[in-house]
Design a protein around this ligand. Structure first.
Ligand code: CO8
Length: 261
C-alpha cells in the first residue's frame, strides 16, 4: 500500500498474511473526513487484490476507533451538494471487499464509526469500547447503514433504542446483543484480531471468499433463496482443487496445501 495521510496500512501476523489498517487521525478522534474515507477505500481495495493476504483487520486508537463522520466538514453541506458530489459513494467500496474484514474496536465507535465497524464481517471489541449512533443528537440520522444493520443483526427494539436515544452502549452490552462477537482487554485486542485473521488465512482463500459471500446473502434475501444460494455454492466447491485437497488431507491425516484454485 502507498503512503497515506490519515491511515496506516501494514501487513501483520507471523507470515505477514493479514492486512492491518489503522485509522490515524488522532486530533479528531479518527472522524471520517472525505480524505480518510478515500484512503480507507483505496487501502481496502489494494489489500483485497493482494494475494499474500488472507484477511484484513481495521482498527483505530485506544481512545477512538472512529468518532463518526466529520461534523466540521458536514456543517455547511447542502442537500443539493450532497446529490451532486454523491456524498459517501466511495463508502460502499469498503463493503465490496471479497476478503474477510475484522473490525478491532477500542474506544469510541460512534455514528459513521459504528457503521464502519458494522460494515466489517466480524467485530472484536476492547473492554472499554463504546458504540453508539448519536446522529439524532446533532439533528440528523445514520447515513451509512446504522438504521439497517443494527435492525438486521440485533432486532428492532435495540436498533430503535440506539438510533432514537443516541445513547452509547458498552462493549459488554454490544456483545450481549450480538453486535460484537468477543471482548478482550484493550491492549490485547489488535493482536487477537490479527490471530483470528491468521486462522482464517490458513484456509483456501477461494473457499473463504465463497463462504463470506454466502453468509452475506442471509442479510439480503429470504431464507429459501439463501438456502438455495448456499447449496449451489456448496456444490460449486466440488469444482475446485482446494476442496479435493482439503478432504484428501483429512483422510491422509496431514495438513492441507491449498493452492487458491
Ligand atoms: N467530527 C469532527 N471532529 C470531531 C468529531 C467528529 N465526529 N469527534 C470528535 N472530534 C474532535 C473534536 O472536535 C475535538 O477537536 P478540537 O480539540 O479541535 O475541538 C477532538 O476531536 C477531541 O474531541 P473531544 O474534545 O470532544 O473529546 P472528548 O473525549 O471530550 O469526547 C466524544 C469524545 C464523546 C467522542 C465527542 O468528541 C463526541 O461526541 N464526538 C462526536 C460524536 C458524534 O456525534 N458522531 C456522529 C457524527 S454524525 C455521523 O457519523 C453521520 C454518519 C453518516 C455516514 C458517515 C460515513 C462516514
Amino acid at each position: 500500500a502507498g503512503s497515506y495521510q490519515n491511515i496506516l496500512a501494514d501487513k501483520a501476523g507471523e507470515k505477514k498474511n493479514v492486512g492491518l489498517i489503522t485509522l490515524n487521525r488522532p486530533k479528531a478522534l479518527n472522524a471520517l473526513c472525505d480524505a480518510l474515507i478515500l484512503e480507507l477505500a483505496d487501502a481496502v481495495q489494494s489489500m483485497d487484490k493482494d494475494e499474500t493476504l488472507g484477511a484484513i483487520v481495521i482498527t483505530g486508537s485506544e481512545k477512538a476507533f472512529a468518532a463518526g463522520a466529520d461534523i466540521k466538514e458536514m456543517l455547511n453541506q447542502t442537500y443539493s451538494a450532497n446529490i451532486r458530489s454523491g456524498l459517501l459513494e466511495r463508502w460502499s467500496d469498503i463493503g465490496k471487499c471479497k476478503k474477510p474484514i475484522i473490525a478491532a474496536v477500542n474506544g469510541y465507535a460512534l455514528g459513521g464509526g459504528c457503521e464502519l465497524a458494522m460494515m466489517c464481517d466480524i467485530i472484536y471489541a476492547g473492554d472499554k469500547a463504546k458504540f453508539g449512533q448519536p446522529e439524532i443528537i446533532i439533528g440528523t440520522i445514520p447515513g451509512a447503514g446504522g438504521t439497517q444493520r443494527i435492525a438486521r443483526s440485533c432486532g428492532k427494539s435495540k436498533a430503535m433504542e440506539m438510533c432514537l436515544s443516541g445513547d452509547q452502549i458498552t462493549a459488554q452490552d454490544a456483545e450481549k446483543m450480538g453486535l460484537v462477537s468477543k471482548v478482550f482487554p484493550a491492549d490485547q485486542l489488535v493482536a487477537e484480531a490479527v490471530k483470528l485473521g491468521e486462522r482464517i488465512s490458513r484456509h483456501s482463500p477461494l473457499i473463504v471468499q465463497l463462504c463470506k459471500e454466502s453468509v452475506n446473502v442471509a442479510f439480503e434475501t429470504t431464507l429459501q433463496e439463501g438456502l438455495r444460494f448456499e447449496r449451489k455454492t456448496f456444490y460449486a466447491t466440488f469444482a475446485t482443487e482446494d476442496r479435493k485437497e482439503g478432504m484428501a488431507a483429512f483422510t491422509e491425516k496431514r495438513k492441507p496445501n491449498f493452492k487458491n484454485n
